[in-house]
Structures are given as structure tokens and as C-alpha cells.
Design a protein around this ligand. Structure first.
Ligand SMILES: [Zn+2]
Length: 208
């Protein structure tokens, strides 16, 4: 049985890419962003060449190691509606935290709900004082690369004063000793002073 290359620490799974050398613009053909064309090493490597499928002369996929390197800068504009939740995000810009209240059962939903899921009644907006109690939390040492945040990252589930459901958001400025983060501790909503890229980043929690 062939050795599992994914468990061989000596093997580079992906070919090392050669240094980019820009090609003459007139040689770029139809692709104006083409920088380079080169052949990558076989990612399987010569060690497994006894396997007929990996022999150059029998490998029907060998042309796929021809790589074109192109320059492609992307800028993406998302247009998405916040719909009936818009007021919540607009009011965050006004440093106000809004929930919704069911006129039938009186349950106050934070996160806001346009319709009470229990009664199917249309809810009304209700401003909360922006304080609450830490019910649960997690501490992450690693976050995905697209999250531009410092670690450890603390995600807090908070029972907001005046609300019946929980609201989850980041807890910041909790100090340096994570043992100081305790369930039951009072927290408050803090609003950003800097521009943000998404309305959800207008707020976070801090110890009250
Ligand atoms: Zn209800």
C-alpha cells in the first residue's frame, strides 16, 4: 500500500512557487494581468513514481501542473438589506440599544424579533438601558484570519437588563487576568468612537 503523503512531514504537499518575474506585457496574450507561466513540481513527488498513475508518461493530469500567475486585486461591495432589523443597527449609531417586546406575552427579545415566535404577534420596539449580567462566555486563543481582532477573544452571552432572552457579543477591556471574567458579573454595552466596516461592530460589552 502506498505511503500516505499527508502523513509524511518531510514532504511538501504543495509545490514551492518560483519567484515572480514579470513577463513582457506584449507576451501576455489575451490575459492582461498575466505575470508568469511556469511548471510546478509534482505535488505527489518522485517517491511514488512506482505507482503507474504517477509516471510522467502515463499521467493524464501532468498538464495541470502548468500554472499561470496573474495579478488580480479584488474589491467587493456587499449590498444587503437589514430589513426589519434596520432600526436596531441605526439606533446603535445613536448609542441606543433596542430590543423588541411582544404585546401579547410581554416577552422582551434581545436579539430583536419582528414577530414573537411564540405568539406570532408583531412585536414593538423597546429601548434597553444597555446594562446586563454575564451568563456564559468562551475564550478563544485563535480566531479565523478574516477576523481583525486581538486574542484572546472573549465571546459573552449576556442577559440584558429589561430583556428576557440572551444577547451574544464580544467582551473587551476585561483586563489581563481571565480569572476575573466570571459569570454573574455586571457588563455594559460600549459603543465605538471609530468608524466600522459593519454595523454589528458598532458595539461590544465591557465590565460595568
Ligand atoms: Zn409573545
Amino acid at each position: 500500500m502506498a505511503k500516505n503523503v499527508f502523513q509524511d512531514p518531510e514532504k511538501t504537499l504543495y509545490p514551492k512557487l518560483p519567484k515572480i518575474e514579470d513577463i513582457d506585457p506584449k507576451d501576455r496574450g489575451m490575459v492582461k494581468t498575466k505575470l508568469q507561466v511556469f511548471t510546478a513540481d509534482d505535488p505527489i513527488g518522485p517517491k511514488l513514481s512506482y505507482n503507474p498513475i504517477n509516471r510522467e508518461d502515463q499521467d493524464p493530469w501532468k498538464d495541470f501542473r502548468e500554472i499561470m500567475r496573474i495579478e488580480w486585486n479584488m474589491e467587493i461591495t456587499y449590498r444587503h438589506s437589514l430589513g426589519k432589523y434596520s432600526k436596531f443597527f441605526i439606533e446603535l449609531e445613536n448609542k441606543k440599544f433596542f430590543a423588541t417586546e411582544c404585546p401579547k406575552c410581554g416577552f422582551v427579545w434581545a436579539i430583536p424579533r419582528p414577530v414573537c415566535p411564540d405568539c406570532l404577534e408583531i412585536c414593538k420596539w423597546k429601548e434597553l438601558p444597555g446594562t446586563g449580567t454575564l451568563v456564559s462566555f468562551s475564550v478563544s486563543e485563535f480566531v479565523p484570519g478574516f477576523m481583525d481582532v486581538e486574542t484572546p477573544y472573549v465571546l459573552a452571552m449576556v442577559k440584558m437588563d429589561g430583556a428576557d432572552s440572551l444577547f451574544t457579543h464580544q467582551l473587551r477591556n476585561w483586563g489581563t487576568e481571565r480569572t476575573k471574567i466570571k459569570t454573574g458579573m455586571p457588563v455594559k454595552v460600549v459603543y465605538t468612537k471609530e468608524p466600522v466596516i459593519h454595523p454589528m461592530l458598532l458595539m461590544w460589552y465591557e465590565p460595568a
